[in-house]
Design a protein around this ligand. Structure first.
Ligand code: NDP
Length: 323
């Protein structure tokens, strides 16, 4: 009989309650959840501030990691360490804010041997997405020791991207709207920190080319400025919309500088690429996790911390221990 965080309707007063096993969705694999984490999308779902959840009652949580308890699928056995992110879990399908959950085998990724379920959720969708951006840039031919721009650098995806790219030996230029976080970004590995206002004006079709690669979590005018400032053959992994969904640019960066705009998605990405990304994430040094800033909470605090996250009052990751 698992305890779950249950949303009854759009009323943000979610309740932690105990339900019968047979109230869980009927899906092939039962997972005992060790950890989940709280993302921006989860905070919107829990608070009811945006239409993330389609049907109630609903258990939110877009990420989960734990161990298989029972499996009706030959790919997984009891005791296997597994991760779920994406596939509409926590949006269309009951998710990770629970002691256990039944999921489709297709949604699972084996948790790499050398990675703990805790570290998997300190990464979560944000860390996976940052690694997918790194892989997109590499597959597009990014050279070693390149100058790379990361926008929205203090965010979940941005801060992981800064750490990963700098550990890989690149010169990371972090762009942030929070100048007081410059020192922290340098501690994460940023070579230099730029104020977001530098990239918020109306760009000319081409500006001075400065960067070989970019990870853009912001979109809108910032992405238009990034494109105009890419060096010859520059590659831009476009992954987010924190600053807007529109993109007003010209063809000039593409046809005169051979710039590539590389769309990056973590939700529907196929199993092969997903598991390759998790294998790469397992190679990150343990020191990144042992020194990182995070708060570990139980399910009863999720609603409160979700409000704080939406109000911009959370710095670092929120890890959820459902037990
Ligand atoms: P966070 O909320 O953790 O971080 C977003 C960052 O963007 C903020 O910390 C801030 O960084 C910057 N930012 C916020 N508001 C604005 C604004 N109005 N204009 C410009 N910059 C702003 O989000 P995540 O890192 O988790 O996600 C980043 C983006 O990526 C989101 O849009 C999210 O939806 C998307 N995403 C996409 C995925 C995919 O599969 N494609 C998966 C995961 C996330 P700073 O102050 O340092 O500039």
């Amino acid at each position: 009989m698992p305890r779950v965080l249950m949303l009854k309707d759009e009323d943000p007063r979610s309740r932690v309650e105990t339900i019968d096993d047979d109230q869980l969705p009927h899906r092939a694999v039962s997972v005992d959840i060790d950890y989940s984490d709280l993302n921006y999308k989860d905070a919107l779902a829990v608070s009811g501030r945006a239409k993330i959840v389609r049907e109630y009652p609903f258990v939110p949580g877009i990420d989960l990691a734990g161990h298989v308890r029972e499996s009706g699928d030959e790919r997984y056995r009891p005791g296997d360490k597994v991760i779920v992110t994406g596939w509409g879990v926590g949006e269309r399908h009951w998710g990770g804010f629970a002691e256990s959950m039944n999921v489709d085998a297709e949604w699972l990724v084996p948790c790499p041997e050398r990675m703990t379920t805790k570290n998997a959720m300190l990464l979560g969708t944000a860390g996976l997405t940052a690694m997918l951006c790194v892989m997109r840039l590499e597959e597009a031919g990014l050279a070693q020791h390149s100058a790379i721009l990361v926008t929205g650098a203090t965010g979940g995806v941005g801060s992981w991207a800064v750490q990963m790219l700098s550990r890989l030996g690149h010169e990371v230029h972090a762009v942030t709207g929070k100048p007081d976080q410059g020192q922290w970004l340098k501690e994460l590995g940023a070579y230099d920190v730029h104020d977001r206002t530098e990239l918020e004006g109306e760009p000319r079709p081409l500006e001075k080319g400065r960067w070989a690669g970019a990870v853009d979590t912001v979109g809108g005018q910032v992405l238009a400025n990034v494109l105009a400032r890419m060096d010859y053959n520059g590659r831009v992994a476009a992954v987010g919309l924190a600053g807007g969904t529109e993109l007003a640019t010209t063809v000039m960066p593409f046809i005169l500088r051979g710039v590539s705009l590389l769309g990056t998605d973590s939700v529907m990405i196929p199993f092969e690429q997903r598991s390759r990304a998790w294998q790469r994430l397992a190679e990150l040094p343990e020191e990144l996790f042992s020194t990182m800033q995070y708060e570990e909470i139980g399910m009863d605090l999720i609603a409160e911390r979700a409000e704080a996250l939406l109000n911009g009052d959370i710095h670092g990751r929120l890890l959820i221990d459902p037990h």
